[in-house]
Design a protein around this ligand. Structure first.
Ligand SMILES: [Zn+2]
Ligand SMILES: [Zn+2]
Length: 163
């Protein structure tokens, strides 16, 4: 049986993505409190999920995406490329030069809000050292002080995606 898929949309609806919400191509789900995520979301943390590029489809608006990339503030020295809707400004996904086959999408853009609470619920919360004092983290989410994904840690699915 093919893995269940879902869609994500930007705020204005110009950009629409499609991706699996189960199986090995859903690499992981996580919250990030790092200082970049604060600024880039204009909020206090980002809630993300990682999809293999090979199973990420652009249903519409790929030509509407505008990209911004930099490496100065990335702890690993990788370049992070961010793809925004050029009409409404929604950040749709990020790609790191360190993991060029993955895209980091945003849980909040997923059209089926039920998935935010179920299949896409964050598994990991990273950079808790940078978390604001009034937020105590995701309930039932594994907490990590720094960068979870560069510590040789295992991804979901018993380490199949170990880096
Ligand atoms: Zn838009
Ligand atoms: Zn972050």
């Amino acid at each position: 049986m093919a893995p269940e898929r879902a869609t994500a949309s930007c705020f204005c609806g110009a950009v629409k993505l499609e991706f699996p919400v189960e199986g090995v191509d859903l690499v992981d789900t996580f919250i990030c409190n790092c200082t970049d995520c604060r600024t880039i979301t204009a909020s206090m943390f980002a809630s993300n999920f990682i999809i293999k590029n090979s199973s990420l489809k652009h249903l519409s608006g790929e030509d509407k995406l505008t990209k911004f990339a930099q490496s100065q503030t990335i702890a690993t020295g990788s370049t992070m490329e961010n793809s925004f809707c050029s009409v409404c400004g929604t950040l749709m996904y990020r790609r790191s030069s360190g993991f060029p086959t993955n895209s980091v999408l945003r849980i909040g853009t997923v059209d089926d809000f039920n998935l935010h609470d179920t299949k896409l619920k964050p598994r990991i919360e990273q950079f808790t050292k940078d978390r604001v004092g009034w937020f105590h983290g995701g309930e039932g989410v594994k907490q990590v002080e720094g960068n979870y994904y560069t510590g040789g840690k295992e991804w979901k699915d018993t380490g199949k995606h170990k880096m």
